[in-house]
Design a protein around this ligand. Structure first.
Ligand code: NAP
Length: 302
């Protein structure tokens, strides 16, 4: 399948380009980016030009930040192309609902990807918790924004989500593996006084679920969650979901890494003509922005 990549920045270069190159199913045939390019691949700066000149490219993978993504996705769907959305799938829940309706009407596939759900231990965690009742669960998602988003001011702008940009990865895993849904009860977000989005969050959900997100973590980076069920089952996910320990024993892991698994899934969805749009993690982020107390903290500078 021929794919065009849009928004050639950090994640496109780190993950999408190598995953497409390693796949037998995909060819990277074009890029669209205002300044970024990929060696040996035809590059465009305007999405409409790429769509008009490459009628044989039937899949477009959008790696832009969430705020500009809607207009690009809408243009691709109007042009009859299948679309893959980086996470978070949009700036608002409503705009992704709009894309869903457009895709259905146009008869194209829309895939709202959640790369962390493809982390190698997530399926094992889900299997271990199926049919159980969760007693307690805690998430620690603590990383250094300067390392993972160097100089990316969009994360601090409205729609950039701040620490909820990595936090939504944890929520995408949580919503995948919990046997029953939960919802936010209370929380506090800390917002730097010179920025629009949170740098940290402490969250409490129904069902005994708590989460602690921090974007200023130095040294060891923590992407972990621990869950216990009422029957005593204890599940730990470490390394962003890539390691799963159940009752003290390491579990066998999925074969493909996160982004290769996303492209394999997209190939399957296109073959079947099915969309996959689960907005449960986005709903939690909207709830966090709606319900949490807001504390102003020290200014953030790169
Ligand atoms: P990025 O490098 O800042 O942005 C990607 C590219 O999008 C930029 O290089 C830029 O390319 C284009 N772009 C930025 N703003 C734009 C605008 N207003 N209009 C049109 N194009 C624009 O960001 P990223 O880290 O790759 O993140 C992109 C998405 O991937 C986000 O949704 C993020 O949550 C997700 N993601 C990121 C990571 C990570 O580790 N960084 C990991 C997983 C997922 P041009 O200047 O060439 O147009």
């Amino acid at each position: 399948m021929k794919v065009a990549l849009v928004g050639i920045g950090k994640i496109a270069v780190d993950q999408h380009v190598p995953s497409i190159a390693a796949s037998d199913e995909w060819d990277l045939d074009a890029t669209v980016s205002r300044s970024g390019t990929v060696d040996g691949v035809t590059s465009y700066t305007e999405i409409d030009t790429m769509l008009a000149e490459n009628l044989d490219i039937n899949v477009v993978s959008l790696c832009l930040p969430p705020v500009p993504r809607f207009d690009y996705a809408a243009a691709c769907i109007r042009a009859g192309r299948h679309v893959m959305l980086e996470k978070p799938p949009g700036a608002t829940v409503a705009e992704v609902h709009a894309l869903q309706a457009m895709a259905e009407e146009a008869g194209v596939v829309l895939f709202a990807t959640w790369h962390s759900r493809m982390a190698k231990g997530v399926a094992a965690a889900k299997a271990a918790l199926t049919g159980k009742t969760i007693e307690t669960a805690h998430i620690d998602w603590k990383e250094d924004v300067r390392k993972w988003h160097p100089g990316q001011d969009w994360v601090w702008e409205p729609g950039g989500m701040g620490v909820l940009d990595p936090g939504i990865n944890a929520l995408s895993i949580l919503t995948e593996i919990l046997p029953a849904p939960v919802h936010l009860r209370r929380g506090i977000v800390q917002v730097p006084r010179n920025r629009q989005t949170p740098v940290a969050a402490e969250l409490s959900f129904t069902g005994g679920v708590t989460a602690s997100f921090d974007w200023l973590k130095q040294g060891e980076q923590l992407w972990e969650m621990t869950l216990t069920a009422t029957d005593g089952t204890a599940v730990q996910l470490k390394e962003g979901g890539n390691r799963c320990i159940v009752d003290g024993a390491d579990q066998s892991l999925a074969e493909l890494g996160e982004y290769p698994a996303l492209y394999a899934r997209m190939a399957d969805l296109v073959r079947k003509g099915q969309s996959d749009v689960d907005l449960a993690p986005m709903v939690h982020v909207s709830d966090i922005m709606t319900l949490c107390e807001r504390e102003t903290v020290d200014a953030f500078e790169w």
